[in-house]
Design a protein. Sequence first.
Length: 299
Amino acid sequence: MKPLKIERIDTFAGHRGAIYALCQGHDSHVFFTAGSDGWVVAWDLQKPDVGKVIAQITGTIYAMVYDATSGILWVGQNFEGIHGILVEDQSRIFSIQIPHLAIYAMEIKHGHVWVGHQDGLITVIDQAAQVIKKRIKSGKSNIRSFCSLPHEEMAVGSSDGYIRIFSFDFSLKNAWLAHTKSIFALIFDASSASVASVGRDAYLNKWDLKGSKIGEGVPAHIYSINALVQSPCGRYFATGSMDKTIKIWEVESLKLLKVIDYARYGGHKNSINRLIWTSYQDLLVSASDDKNISVWKID
């Protein structure tokens, strides 16, 4: 395998606080960010550093997800509920009240929006009707991540270190202890029918869908791993950590291929909270506590 070449091609600035939420938009070159300042900002990789504030919400935003079928951005207002923002004209077309519950994770699957809260609570919302359909109790710890699986199943990662698999009827199908602390991100790798997981214990692990560990797992970072994404080609993972680094891994072997840091590549100066790996020129986008978004070209 040829060595990977890394180049930071842009830094987007404008947020007034840490960035905690990052998601892909309607086109591969469009993405959205949000965080502690309550701003929801749309960015275009074709127009560097020209962000557009499409919503201003009181409080911190930890999670949001874009519905490509309707053009609605679902935004979680912490301890308040969900707001639906029609991206085309920035109008707020609905609000779903979920008072007194933190919102840490969101995922859309088969007509439902899954919302993760504290204390093991999950709210399932009907995507079309925009009403609460189901409440699920998944352990006693905070729900920190979702991952869509085949056969209409959903993987859920929580602060007790467990991965739980729920069926299409919202019943618990399987559960296993995957990490010693919170699980912040999950990825389903279709090529191996496996789930990769990362979390506060700084390990990168792989599992089959029965809960058996694949390999030994990797002590991947010094501190908590907040983000995990897969390249469009499927061959690589990228992890982002509280230790201020991004690392690139081979999916099959979990071999470390590259470390992106401030000293060598002009990376982030603070914790990296979110990543997306876009299909637009295979650009990797990272968001950080340092209020900045960096764009990386990986050849």
